[in-house]
Design a protein around this ligand. Sequence first.
Ligand SMILES: Nc1ncnc2c1ncn2[C@@H]1O[C@H](COP(=O)(O)OP(=O)(O)O)[C@@H](O)[C@H]1O
Ligand SMILES: N[C@@H](CCOP(=O)(O)O)C(=O)O
Length: 304
Amino acid sequence: MAGPAFRAAAVRVRTPATSANLGPGFDALGLSLGLYDDVVVRVAESGLHIDIAGEGADSLPRDEAHLLVRSLRTTFDLLGGQPRGLELVCANRIPHARGLGSSAAAICAGIVAARAVTIGGAERLDDAAMLELATELEGHPDNVAACLLGGFTLAWMDAGAARAIRMDPADSIVPVVFVPSRPVSTETARGLLPRTVPHVDAAANAGRAALLVEAMTRRPELLLAATEDRLHQEYRAPAMPESVALMQRLRADGIAAVVSGAGPTVLALVEDSAADKVARLAGEGWAANRLALDAGGTSVLPLA
Ligand SMILES: Nc1ncnc2c1ncn2[C@@H]1O[C@H](COP(=O)(O)OP(=O)(O)O)[C@@H](O)[C@H]1O
Ligand SMILES: N[C@@H](CCOP(=O)(O)O)C(=O)O
């Protein structure tokens, strides 16, 4: 059987940072943030050429080991075949191994780009299949759901397949991120989690996660109570003691702060009027930034 045909024109894909868990919603809740990686993908006559600017420019591989390439390759296989050559130009802004979903962004960008450069790609790989594939590659559905769909997402596994719904977060919520200079990989942070947790902790998280959906969408005044977690943040403290200490200090001041994803970034969800002041609270050693909420998720954009 003949493989698929490819578009000659390049495609440009923009993919957002994400903050997973938001406290109690471990492996389920995600928020899409207005901080983006851009990649231009072009099908070429032969070879693999990767140009990288920004995050990872000095350290990422320029071969088949590159995560975006692995995601493109897996998606092309599903779509029926590989192009002869590929050229990628990556503008990376999402910091790596900080709990802001850089790996999810690379995976989602690869899937969306492969679908966009393949003629008939959208008919062969629908949105639900993209979420399933991204979850398989990432290992958990929370970041990739928010990254693909934008907004505030709730993801779950149904008989081994990822599913998600997208909600609009209340537009008064301003995310402020505190990014430390030292990375902690998601693999390391997941390795610190216990195999079982006390029933009382699981029950507490179930209530807070349910409350968090209401707080994120309609009643942000409940965010401090709704972001309380007992399932993962404290267990991860040995790999990121400063992050957990900063989160606790902010929470003691009434600020809804959590460990972002698997850490070590700390995320605070605040009102617009408080955001600049909160961003100044961390002090030395943290890159503090207020971000916008992202509504659109991973998108194919016109070439600049
Ligand atoms: N834009 C990118 N291009 C290629 N690889 C990437 C990119 N972003 C992230 N990665 C890979 O993912 C790793 C970080 O993944 P992970 O530990 O899950 O942290 P994060 O919380 O940032 O997703 C990086 O060290 C790198 O190997
Ligand atoms: N639920 C996952 C989220 C990991 O997010 P990342 O941004 O750190 O990759 C976890 O907590 O392990």
